[in-house]
Design a protein around this ligand. Structure first.
Ligand code: GLU
Length: 461
């Protein structure tokens, strides 16, 4: 049974890297018909907040990553919030104490700090000096931590599903804490207890946790628990090849949502940070990703976040959407809603990459400043519009163009540029065969929109 989890620490917004990890877990679960679990790792009391948990879960939902078990919906291994599982960690720590691999450590923080300094000066690794292991005593009343003793056979090898074989030597570890003196578990301990209890089969997570795996495997061994398979996903870098951070611009999912990116585009783009489609395509839907997602196609080299490519991809999604589907998103993004909006979206959407850009490209509909153009030309156009009425479809625009060609002797750019200026007030914009019927229709239902004739009359004045 495939069971995977995404385990956010609720200390802020969901970041691009976390979202990518969540996507890989979700895709892996869907590909194998497995279970996708959310576990909230909120044992860092100083930094974890309920608001952050809500934001992170909202962002996951926005990305369309729904879970089968989690803190809000429960499941067979509830609770899914670590702060509610402290009794369970204490229970396992006691079990390890009975097994003789964990001991009570009464050293104070000051003592430990002094020992670390000493080791540093002497050029030794900063490992715990084993004082409380050597003098083991069972005084439950005195303040103490629970420390794990690294056994003599503490070498660990894993076969990481992305990185291949990884080996750690026993000597690289000192005895480490499982439960702090305040009763809170350390990350390495709670993660193992939870991954075991929640029957996680594959741990897919960020590369920064790779070295933690050494300690975690030792805990599994000491408990004689089955060890899950591991897959450590590489870092995401900015374009300067340093770790992606705020310096590179927006890093949270919320920020991209607010900037007008679509969830499907973000899902698609983040999936490509480390994974590539077998046929090399850049644009794919969720179904394609689910069918083709395998960890052997996940690159062990870091992925580079390319904002331009992301924006381009978002544009592909906007262009492929119907105006009817885009309409509510545009209304939400730019706060304009009118009867002509849907037609207008259809006319301009191919020039937009981000939702808020609709505001700019739709401006010509409601805002018009008469340009400096040849008055004689403007009079000819006005005359044609009066005689034939404003064109309401592409054929009617083409017929008007033919008549203007004859009347003015102009053709090509010579004709279309002044006509575009007269109609839109701008020297660039959507195709006139679509823009002119839009203006004609919009002006009939919305008094703020000047009709084609009213526009060209302003050029004569
Ligand atoms: N809570 C950890 C983090 O946010 C994840 C730990 C894990 O996946 O093992 O980095």
């Amino acid at each position: 049974m495939t069971r995977v989890r995404f385990a956010p620490s609720p200390t802020g917004h969901l970041h691009v890297g976390g979202a990518r990890t969540a996507i890989f877990n979700w895709l892996f679960a869907k590909h194998h018909g497995g279970t996708f679990i959310i576990r909230v790792e909120d044992t860092d009391q100083a930094r974890s907040t309920a608001e952050s948990e809500t934001m992170v879960l909202d962002d996951l939902r926005w990305l369309g990553l729904l879970w089968d078990e989690g803190p809000d919906i429960g499941g067979p291994h509830a609770p899914y919030r670590q702060s509610e599982r402290v009794n369970r960690y204490a229970e396992v720590a006691r079990d390890l104490l009975d097994r003789g691999v964990v001991y009570r450590c009464y050293c104070t923080e000051e003592e430990l700090e002094a020992k670390r300094k000493e080791a540093e000066v002497a050029g030794r690794p900063p490992h715990y000096d084993l004082k409380c292991w050597i003098n083991r005593r069972d005084d439950e009343g005195a303040p103490h931590a629970m420390r794990f003793h690294v056994p003599d056979d503490g070498d660990v090898t894993i076969d990481d599903l992305i990185r291949g074989g990884v080996i750690w030597k026993r000597e690289s570890l000192g005895d480490f804490i499982l439960i702090r003196s305040d009763g809170h578990p350390t990350y390495n301990f709670s993660v193992v207890v939870d991954d075991h209890d929640m029957e996680i089969s594959h741990v897919i997570r960020a590369e920064e946790h790779l070295t933690n795996t050494h300690r975690q495997v030792l805990i599994y061994r000491a408990m004689e628990w089955a060890i899950p398979l591991f897959a450590h996903v590489s870092l995401i870098l900015g374009q300067d090849r340093t770790k992606l951070s705020k310096r590179h611009g927006a890093t949270s999912v919320t920020a991209y949502a607010e900037a007008g990116f679509l969830p499907d585009a973000m899902f698609n783009y983040l999936t490509m940070l480390g994974w590539s489609a077998p046929d090399g395509r850049d644009v794919f839907d969720r179904q394609y990703a689910i069918e083709n997602f395998t960890l052997d196609r996940v690159n062990s080299a870091p992925a580079v976040f390319d904002p331009q490519k992301f924006e381009w991809l978002n544009g592909q999604y906007i262009h492929a959407m119907s105006a009817a589907a885009l309409r509510p998103l545009v209304v939400h993004s730019i706060g304009i809603d009118t009867p002509w909006l849907e037609e207008a979206i259809d006319v301009v959407k191919t020039s937009v990459h981000l939702l808020p850009q609709f505001r700019e490209v739709l401006r010509f509909v409601t805002e018009y400043t008469a340009p400096e153009i040849d008055r004689a030309f403007a009079s000819t156009v006005a005359g044609d519009l009066r005689e034939h009425g404003a064109p309401h479809d592409a054929d009617a625009v083409k017929a008007m163009n033919e008549r203007l060609k004859k009347a003015t002797g102009l053709k090509g750019k010579e004709l279309f540029m002044p006509l575009r200026l007269a109609m839109t007030g701008m020297d660039h914009g959507p195709e006139l065969v679509r823009a002119i019927p839009l203006l004609a229709r919009a002006s009939e239902s919305d008094p703020r929109v000047l009709s084609p004739l009213a526009r060209v009359e302003q050029c004569i004045r």
